[in-house]
Each structure stands twice: as structure tokens, then as C-alpha cells.
Design a binder for this molecule. Structure first.
Ligand code: F0G
Length: 472
């Protein structure tokens, strides 16, 4: 069946607009901006709405494209191109991102005290993290702008993703990471994809500051999530998820929070779906931060009551020395916090923190569902468990957690957990609180290469696959 395409969004009708309610300055789509030149506010992309098409024909069109072999149709981002601020034939740079699975996770559900739990696995993207869904649009925009060099600051995943997409586009790229704080797997990706890797003494926030300064140069393009074209690609996950749930949005959508681009993007994505009549109500967005890197959670706990106000005069207090073993979200100065706050306002959302022990155990439980994720992603299940215990999420509610990165992104963490070697290295933690107990650890067993020795080990294996808590 051939379905006639609703007319596409016209690039000339789309605008960049300042999100600050008191400003709302607007700019053309091809102005190379990251923030509003009048007030410094974050920028949103606004679609020429009347062009998008009605809900019914969009749903059929997006479904139909799953049968196509064309590159834009195969991409789980460009399949939803009616939602994107590009013209009819952008020079798409794609690695076949998106179209990631959503899994039922019964063991994780039981661990959290829920009847059911679904995990949307964004780690199943081409470079192993959700960043690819935004990188395809940002690097496509870079092509349109004709920039010379692409750059980003990163805790490892953005850089791996940028390195891959820049390579596909044949564009130069340089990434900046905190030396010694990025997992080997992520660093290896950037090296192999040919990025110039710059390591600095400092943390992610220092990298971000330096790269923002560097990107003042017209020929250099910054593709961190402050770049609104990144957010556009990432927001399509809302459409993909809603489609996978047959357009019945969940009660709760739970995401980790670092620089806060992902939560911002999902908020915008669902908000636009609602305006287009594709869904009937917003899911409640819950953002989970690691306790040692939680400036946004602090802001929320102090100002939750102001969530209903459109323009509360809030300011986040950044952390100079964020800490967490979930290195992907070791961030003290999240650039997109205002957009994330807006996402909370739109969805009646909330922010919670979880500690290192909770993250580590949640990760092992997710693994027992046969689903591997990196530590930052496991904050979601840890956060859900906490919220269910507090009664903030009811056991019967429909909950989806977004796993943002793949298990193989950080195998040192996994091996250390399972061999009871995981510990907190930063200062200020009492010696007796440093050790993380692998409560669900599954250590390798050294065994003699004989039938009898092997049988001895196998005979004492439990009869089920349920995670068993260690008491020692
Ligand atoms: N999960 C993973 C696996 C991440 O890599 C990140 C961010 C986040 C969650 C948090 O997402 O920043 O949108 O709130 N990683 C960035 C990077 C900072 O450089 O790879 P956010």
C-alpha cells in the first residue's frame, strides 16, 4: 500500500527560538547558534506546524516506512522526519540509528516492587548509546552549514557517537574528555573512528566550558546537547516509544540525568506528540541522578512547588566536584537544566537521587533480565525501586525506564562488581563506607579442568535464574 506523504516540514518555515518566556527571540534555521544572541537563553527548534499532517496519516506513514529499505526510512530517527526541522532532501548522515527494542523486564520489576516494568534500550544504537539519535541530526545540520570541524566535550558516549558520525560524513572532528575518567571502551571507539582525542586535567564541566569557547569560531561546530539539532533527533525517541506502545503512553518515563539533554528532548518530544494529537496525555518524566552528581535534584527538592510557574526565577547551583562511579553522568553543571525543568513542568515530573550501592545492585538485576546496560542507565531501576518504596510510584502503574548505554561500554565496572572489587575512590568518604558490596555478584570460579571438579561447582547451582542476594 502506498500512502501519500503528508507535506514535509519546510526548513524555511522552521525557526530557532529562545526558550526564555521573557525573550522568545527567533532566528533562521541556518544561523549557527547555540544560545540566544540577545539573552543567552537556550534555543529550541520550532516546526512550521501546519505542514506536519494529521495524526492518523502520520501513524500509517511511519508504520509503512518500516517496510522500506531506503536509508532515511530505515533510520529510527528519520522515519519520523515530519517532526524534524529539515527540508525535503537533507544530506542525511545516518548509521541506521534508533528502532531500538523495548523489553519486558520481570526480574527488574520484581526488584522494584512493580507488577511490570519495561526497559527501552537505547544502548542498542550503532555506537551503543542514545547519543546516536541526536548525532545523526546534528551532523546532518553540520553538513548543511558547511562547517570544517566538529567538536564536543564528553564523558565518553557523545564523543564516541560524534566520532562515528563525523567519520561517516567525512568531516574532521575533535573531542575533549577528562583524562583518566572515561571508560576504555568509549575511548577506544573515538580513537578507532579517527577523532582527534584531547584529554585534559579537569572534569566534564571544564571540557564543556573550553569547547563552548572554542566553538565561537565560525568554522567549528559544537554538537553537545546545547546544540538544538541534537535535541531534535533525540526527541524522536518519544514517537518511537509511543508507537511501540500502540500510542498508549506510560504513566511514568524514567531517565538518568547528567547534562540533562535527554530528559529535555523526551519532554519536547512528548509535548509535540500531544499537540499533534498523537497521544492523549503526557507521561510523567522522572529524572534520576547519582547522589554525588545531583545539582538538578537539589534544585528540584528546594523548588518543587514552583514547578507550576511558567517563569520562576530559578538558578541552579552547580557542583565543582561531582562524584559517581557512573562516569557518564559525572556532571556538576548541566547545561540543559532549564529545558529539563520545562519537561518536568509539562509532565508533572520529579527528580530523585540514588547512591552508588543502589546503582550497582540495580545494574546487576537488569543483567539478570538478560539486558545489559552501563551504570548510568541503571540509575533508572534504582530510582524506580526507591519511588515505589516511598509510594510515589504505585505497583500497578505502567513504567518505562530508558537504558541509555550498553553493558559493554564499561566492563571494568562490571567485573569489579562481580568480584567484590568495586569501591568508592574519592575523598571525604569514611574508609568503612567505601566498599560496594556486590549483593547480586556472580564471580567467576577458578576450577580444575576435570569432570569431578566441574560437577562439584555445577551441582550447587540454584535451580532457578532468580538473583540471590549475598549475605556476606
Ligand atoms: N546515560 C549515559 C549512558 C550517558 O552517556 C549520558 C550522558 C547520560 C545518561 C545523561 O544524559 O546528559 O542527556 O542527561 N553522557 C554525556 C556524554 C554527557 O558526554 O557522553 P544527559
Amino acid at each position: 500500500m502506498i500512502i501519500s506523504e503528508p507535506s514535509r516540514v519546510s526548513a524555511s518555515l522552521s525557526r530557532q527560538r529562545c526558550i526564555e518566556p521573557g525573550c522568545r527571540a527567533s532566528y533562521g534555521i541556518n544561523e549557527r547558534l547555540y544560545v540566544c544572541s540577545q539573552c543567552g537563553g537556550l534555543l529550541d527548534l520550532e516546526l512550521g506546524e501546519e505542514q506536519v499532517g494529521d495524526a492518523k496519516s502520520l501513524r500509517s506513514l511511519w508504520r509503512e516506512r518500516l517496510r522500506s529499505f531506503d536509508v532515511p526510512d530505515r533510520s529510527g530517527v528519520w522515519r519520523f522526519r515530519e517532526l524534524l526541522p529539515f527540508g525535503n532532501t537533507p544530506p542525511i548522515v545516518s548509521l541506521g540509528e534508533g528502532n531500538t527494542p523495548i523489553y519486558d523486564a520481570p526480574r527488574s520489576a520484581g526488584y522494584c516492587g512493580l507488577d511490570a516494568l519495561q526497559l527501552k534500550h537505547q544502548g542498542c544504537n550503532p555506537t551503543g548509546s542514545f547519543k546516536d539519535t541526536g548525532m545523526t541530526t546534528a551532523v546532518t545540520q553540520a553538513r548543511l552549514l558547511g562547517v570544517r570541524l566538529l567538536v564536543c566535550a564528553s564523558t565518553g558516549n557523545t564523543s564516541a557517537s560524534l566520532a562515528a558520525y563525523a567519520a561517516r560524513a567525512g568531516l574532521l572532528c575533535a573531542i575533549m574528555v577528562p583524562a583518566g575518567q572515561v571508560s576504555h571502551a568509549k575511548l577506544a571507539q573515538s580513537l578507532d573512528y579517527g577523532a582527534k582525542v584531547l584529554e585534559i586535567e579537569g572534569n566534564f564541566d571544564d571540557c564543556m566550558r573550553v569547547m563552548r569557547e572554542l566553538a565561537q569560531d565560525e568554522s567549528i561546530y559544537l554538537v553537545n546537547s546545547i546544540n538544538p539539532f541534537r535535541i531534535e533527533g533525540q526527541k524522536t525517541v518519544a514517537a518511537e516509544l509511543a508507537e511501540q506502545l500502540d500510542w498508549q503512553e506510560p504513566d511514568n518515563l524514567v531517565v538518568p540525568g547528567g547534562n540533562l539533554g535527554n530528559s529535555s528532548a523526551l519532554g519536547k518530544g512528548f509535548y509535540e506528540l500531544l499537540k499533534l494529537g498523537l497521544i492523549d496525555r503526557m507521561p510523567r518524566i522522572t529524572i534520576v541522578q547519582a547522589a554525588g552528581a545531583a545539582p538538578f535534584a537539589k534544585l528540584f527538592s528546594e523548588h518543587e512547588r514552583e514547578l507550576t510557574i511558567e517563569d520562576p526565577s530559578l538558578d541552579i547551583v552547580n557542583l565543582d566536584h561531582p562524584h559517581t562511579l557512573a562516569s557518564a553522568i559525572k556532571i556538576g553543571a548541566p547545561v540543559s537544566w532549564k529545558k529539563a525543568w520545562r519537561a518536568l513542568r509539562w509532565t508533572g515530573g520529579q527528580v530523585v537521587t540514588v547512591n552508588e550501592q543502589e546503582i550497582a545492585d540495580a545494574k546487576a538485576i537488569i543483567g539478570r533480565d538478560g539486558i545489559g546496560c552501563e551504570p548510568a542507565s541503571a540509575t533508572t531501576v534504582a530510582g524506580i525501586k526507591k519511588l515505589v518504596a516511598e509510594g510515589a510510584i504505585k505497583s500497578y502503574e505502567h513504567v518505562v525506564a530508558v537504558l541509555t548505554g550498553h553493558l559493554l561500554k564499561d566492563t571494568d565496572y562490571v567485573i569489579n562488581y562481580h568480584s567484590q572489587q568495586l569501591s568508592i575512590p574519592w575523598e571525604g568518604v569514611p574508609e568503612n563506607e567505601r566498599r560496594i558490596v556486590g549483593q547480586f555478584s556472580n564471580p567467576p570460579v577458578q576450577v580444575e579442568a576435570s569432570q569431578s571438579a566441574i560437577r562439584k561447582v555445577l551441582d550447587v547451582m540454584p535451580n532457578d535464574h532468580e538473583p540471590h542476594e549475598h549475605t556476606s
